[in-house]
Design a protein around this ligand. Structure first.
Ligand code: MTE
Ligand code: HPA
Ligand code: MOS
Length: 763
């Protein structure tokens, strides 16, 4: 037989790449519109905190094209879309809690008519005092969830004893997901009161539950479908439910198909973002820079409700070690309730903020001792056989951070470049260069153990082609092609023989969100299990049919070899069908080896860790505060990559998005609690011109995974975002060249922040 190439491990293009670039990929708004479709607009609160005295929608209802309007009282079921805590009304009728809080919805014949009508509402308020600042929330004990604490070792004693001690306060900003496709849902009434909902969502199952509860239906009466999203980045994990519930409620109310598509401004005002954090630290260390004790206070702006803030802040607590062994540590975590939009998941999910905290501390230790931060990082890394237990009692069994950092340091020529930069800065009074190498260790799994489950459904048709369904959603990350590669290899066929189907709650039930970077880990395994079940039926049949022993059957290159016989996969399928063999199967997977006690913050929440490191070199103009990233070297661990082309894209994209978070993406609210950065005109996201001039990304070779993941690959969706911490610390390095101590610099390092820090250092 000729050499047969497996699909897994090949750099195949994204399954929809040709559709993306030619504009043929159908997003929810591109689907053919049902006859009589109504378009919805949402009426939002104009006040940050107020009691509603009256809602007068007469002018709205009389506006041209308007067919119906909807307020809280019209909701037949639960007025809530909060999945973990039921504290998130779909439409508010008593107390509005942020500027943008949905109060009513209006449906009209056109989008324009609906939007114009929505503005005609007469709503009167009795103003209440808002809390807009996280520190104020702490002071007033305004929390969406109880504060949490974690202690390991004897932090207080270690801090007292330590020869050196540093204390300070820092902050890092939030971030809008800025997916290209905004939130959207279209609800279409079906027979007997059933509903079909098309939505741009990472979590179809949750939408199904929330829509069912809000419209007073059973889950069986609601189907949710999502073929793809134009980006999600965590923003469509929980909050797509709000949009879907409004569309579904209006469809029930009017008996007509209804679509709600938020425009960019409404999307940015109404839906949640990355949590900004304020952080206090107190660290004790010896003269070498070894951390002996540390105390962190991590407080996040959760906004008005719990949403996913519990698990986000838990992950921040789990991540504030990054790659370092913190023997004596105490963490306080406040989940602050503020009168701003409810913050939610965003790539990294609290991890970036936790890592920002410890990396900032490491840099300050280095500067106070006059040492290179890389030396302090190495000294504090987790050990291999000792100093290897995290503060939540998980043993780090797969530590490869030493080898990654050693290799990257060599490949990037870090030492020589640091010397060259020092030299450059001596002779350059205005333009200053900086360099930084930062590591990443990121825990893979949902921290809530029960979410680590996935299902798949496979059909083989008589001609040998395959329909592939699983619970995962496609948001551009390449999950669907990866799972198709796995299934192709199970049957020894080409990926072209597989039709990748939309995420659909009627095909695969009860699926977790596609999140926590675990999409391919979990759905890959579930689909493999389903495929293996059909293959074993086919093998068994083949042996019977050709009268040979089962071990002599192999599936490769589109053919099935049965002893000395060889038939095409399609021929075998045809014969099996004729023999009445079932050609359809489900697969179910649950991540093994994980357990975790939320009450004590201890256990083994993560199946394994993904690692990486980056070196960034920047140049800063100390007159304007602007910077350019001159060169980036990344070495990232994807285990044995399922698809190196996709993984490379995830690393590059994650890094650039992280750099945006840390440098110029700035959310700004005015004193009345209005978000003033709600469009690309005021909120700057990275563009091509912000890319590093010299961008070198390598996947760690022969990396593998000591855990039995799908083909020993590793999750890649979120970890690379945190590699961008190197950009932030390179900027700080540039503006602190040879100044003692380092200037205070909060994230994002906008030109304004950089100038203030520069002056602070000079004074
Ligand atoms: N990549 C693209 N292109 N678009 C996205 O929305 N989301 C990220 C990441 N990469 C995202 C992306 C986030 S937040 C997660 S959790 C993972 O993809 C989810 O997909 P996975 O688990 O299949 O990696
Ligand atoms: N990551 C992303 N989404 C989640 C998580 C997590 O750890 N837990 C619950 N939703
Ligand atoms: Mo990603 S923030 O886990 O959706």
């Amino acid at each position: 037989m000729t050499a047969f190439e497996r699909s897994v491990g090949k750099a195949l293009p994204h399954d929809s790449a040709h559709l993306h670039v030619s504009g043929q990929a159908a997003y929810t708004d591109d689907l053919p519109e049902p006859r009589d479709l109504l378009h919805i607009a949402v009426g939002m609160s104009q006040q940050a905190h107020a009691r509603i005295k009256s809602i007068d929608l007469d002018a709205v209802n009389e506006a041209p094209g308007v067919r119906a309007s909807l307020v809280a009282d019209d909701i037949p079921g639960d007025n809530n879309f909060g999945a973990i805590v039921a504290d998130d009304p779909i439409l508010v009728d008593d107390e509005v809690l942020y500027v943008g809080h949905p109060i009513f919805a209006v449906a009209a014949d056109s989008v324009d008519q609906a939007r114009k009508a929505a503005r005609r509402a007469e709503i009167t308020y009795e103003a209440l005092t808002p809390i807009l600042d996280t520190r104020d929330a702490i002071e007033q004990a305004s929390f969406v969830l109880p504060s949490e604490e974690l202690t390991r070792g004897e932090p207080a004693a270690a801090l007292d004893k330590a020869k050196n001690r540093l204390q300070g306060s820092i902050s890092c900003g939030g971030q809008d997901q800025f997916y290209l496709e905004g939130h959207i849902a279209m609800a279409v009434p079906q027979e007997d009161g059933a509903l079909l909902v098309y939505s741009s969502t990472q979590h179809p199952d949750q939408l199904q539950s929330m829509v069912a509860q809000a419209t007073n239906r059973a889950a069986k009466d609601v189907v949710v479908i999502c073929r793809r999203m134009g980006g999600a980045f965590g923003g469509k994990e929980s909050q797509a439910a709000l949009i879907a519930c409004i569309a579904a409620l209006m469809a029930v109310h009017t008996g007509r198909a209804c679509k709600l598509r938020l425009d960019r401004d409404d999307d940015m005002i109404m839906t949640g973002k990355r949590h900004d954090f304020v952080i206090d630290y107190d660290v004790g260390f010896d003269d070498d820079g070894l951390i002996e004790g540390i105390d962190f206070m991590l407080a996040s702006r959760c906004g008005i409700s719990a949403d996913l803030s519990g698990p986000v802040n838990d992950r921040a607590m789990f991540s504030c070690d990054n790659a370092y062994f913190l023997e004596n540590i105490h963490i306080t975590s406040h989940r602050c309730k503020t009168n701003t939009v409810s913050n939610t998941a965003f790539r990294g999910f609290g991890g970036p903020q936790g890592m920002f905290a410890i990396e900032y501390v490491i840099e300050n230790i280095a500067r106070s001792l006059g040492k290179d931060p890389l030396e302090i990082r190495r000294l504090n890394f987790y050990g291999i056989d000792e100093r290897n237990v995290t503060h939540y009692e998980q043993t780090v069994e797969d530590n490869i951070i030493h080898e990654i950092v050693d290799k990257l340091e060599r490949d990037s020529d870090y030492v020589a470049r640091r010397d060259a930069i020092r030299e450059f800065n001596c002779n350059s009074p205005i333009l200053k260069k900086g360099i930084s190498l930062t590591p990443v260790k990121f825990g893979i799994s949902f921290t809530k153990t029960l979410l680590n489950q996935a299902g798949a459904l496979l059909h083989i048709y008589k001609d040998g082609t395959v329909h592939l369904n699983h619970g995962g959603t496609e948001m551009g990350q390449g999950l669907y092609i990866k799972v198709a590669q796995v299934v192709a290899d199970e049957f020894g066929i080409d990926v072209d023989q597989i039709q990748i189907m939309a995420a659909d709650t009627s095909k695969v039930p009860n699926a977790s969100a596609t999140a926590a970077s675990s999409g391919s880990d979990m759905n890959g395994k579930a689909a493999q299990i389903a495929a293996a079940r059909i293959r074993s039926r086919l093998s068994e049949f083949a042996c019977r049919h050709f009268s040979i022993a089962e071990k002599d059957v192999s599936f490769a290159g589109g053919r099935v070899t049965v002893g000395k016989e060889s038939v095409s996969f399609a021929e075998l399928v045809q014969l099996a069908w004729a023999d009445r063999v079932s050609l359809s199967a489900t697969g179910f997977y649950k991540t093994p080896r994980i357990h975790y006690d939320r009450a004590t913050f201890s256990g083994r929440p993560f199946f394994y860790f993904a690692y990486g490191a980056a070196v960034s070199e920047v140049i800063v103009d100390t007159l304007s505060g602007e910077n350019r990233i001159l060169r980036v070297d990344i070495l990232h661990d994807c285990g044995d990559s399922l698809n190196p082309a996709i993984d490379l894209g995830q690393i590059e994209g994650g890094f650039v998005q992280g750099a945006g978070w840390l440098t110029f993406e700035e959310l700004w609210w005015n004193a009345s609690g209005e978000l003033k950065t709600h469009a690309p005109s005021t909120y700057k996201i990275p563009t091509c011109s912000d890319l590093a001039v010299d961008f070198r990304v390598q996947l760690l070779e022969n990396a593998g995974n000591r855990e039995d993941t799908i083909y020993r690959s590793k999750a890649v969706g979120e970890p690379p975002l945190m590699l961008a911490l190197s950009v932030f610390f390179a900027i700080r390095d540039a503006i602190s060249s040879d100044k003692q101590p380092m200037p205070k610099l909060d994230a994002p390092a906008t030109p304004e922040a950089v100038l203030l820090a520069w002056e602070d250092g000079a004074s």
